[in-house]
Ligand binder design. Structure first.
Ligand code: SF4
Ligand code: SF4
Ligand SMILES: [Zn+2]
Length: 278
């Protein structure tokens, strides 16, 4: 397993010759022209590609195959927190590929989801809507998160397909397709089911590649790090990000109020967020 500095080196090789994160198929420099190839969003996109390469090469070489595939969406009803930059990558993708009506419908569904969560899982609802820090959030997830009665608002419910598949967050890519690495080693080996199609613990590890070495990289991009100091940023499920951005951001649109996650080099953005205590 590479250590953190080796892992970090793999993402600090920015090039504006890479494909743009919006999924246009064009190069970054000729698509989102104000974006920095050294931004948090560009590094996260690079990390997504690394996850895909790891899983694809496992699939090519291993007789035991992870059962996850596009169109298998039962786990999209699980409670999945994602980081802000990952959510903004979804908005950028939606802005390019979805109609205005489809975007507005996702915001409507998100508001409905929040009402359902309040009724069905008041502990998780309280953790979302009250100002707990990331540790409080992780504790709530550990004790109260489970499967919701509703799927992610970005899922096509009829076809069971993710409608933002090329831009889906890190957890959506790794959950079920790779070793479970969230929590302690003891917890990782627990036999709880990953989903109705996969048992947990050792049997899960036998049919999936190990992407644990990519986790430190993910944390560096999801949180704020300045020198040795690291500040954990809050994460929310996609529906709640939609609720927050719809109510307090640019309204029920995929437009971004701030493009800092895209336009600023990562170290500059980290320093700015640390200085403002954001
Ligand atoms: S974790 Fe389970 S429900 Fe989710 S994609 Fe994989 S097999 Fe399907
Ligand atoms: S983003 Fe896509 S893969 Fe992730 S939970 Fe939503 S529908 Fe499922
Ligand atoms: Zn673009």
């Amino acid at each position: 397993m590479p250590n953190t500095s080796e892992a970090k080196a793999r993402t600090t090789n920015p090039s504006d010759d890479e494909p743009c994160f919006c999924g246009s198929g064009r190069k970054l420099r000729s698509c989102h022209k104000t974006a920095s190839p050294d931004s948090r969003a560009a590094h996260m996109t690079r990390l997504y590609r690394e996850v895909e390469r790891t899983i694809e090469s496992y699939r090519a070489d291993s007789p035991k195959q992870p059962p996850c595939r596009e169109g298998c969406g039962a786990c999209c009803s699980d409670y999945f927190p994602v980081s802000q930059v990952e959510f903004e990558l979804l908005l950028v993708y939606m802005e390019r590929h979805w109609s205005r009506a489809e975007i507005e419908e996702a915001f409507d569904r998100a508001e409905e989801n929040l009402l359902l969560l309040e009724r069905e899982n008041p502990q998780m609802h309280a953790s979302l809507t009250h100002p707990v820090d990331r540790k409080g959030e992780l504790d709530a997830v550990r004790h109260h998160a489970g499967r919701n009665s509703f799927p992610c608002p970005l899922l096509d419910r009829e076809k069971g397909r993710c409608r933002v598949y090329p831009a889906r967050p890190f957890l959506c890519r790794t959950h079920g397709s790779s070793h479970t690495f969230y929590g302690s080693w003891r917890e990782r080996l627990q036999p709880e089911r990953v989903c109705e199609h996969i048992d947990g613990g050792r049997s899960h590890r036998k049919i999936t590649p190990n992407v644990a070495d990519l986790w430190p990289l993910y944390e560096e991009l999801a949180d704020v790090r300045v020198g040795a100091r690291r500040r954990l940023l809050r994460q929310y499920p996609i529906f709640y990000w939609l609720v927050l951005y719809g109510r307090h951001g640019s309204g029920r649109t995929a437009e971004l109020g701030s493009r800092d996650n895209f336009d600023l080099p990562l170290s500059e953005h980290n320093a700015r967020m640390a200085a403002h205590g954001e």
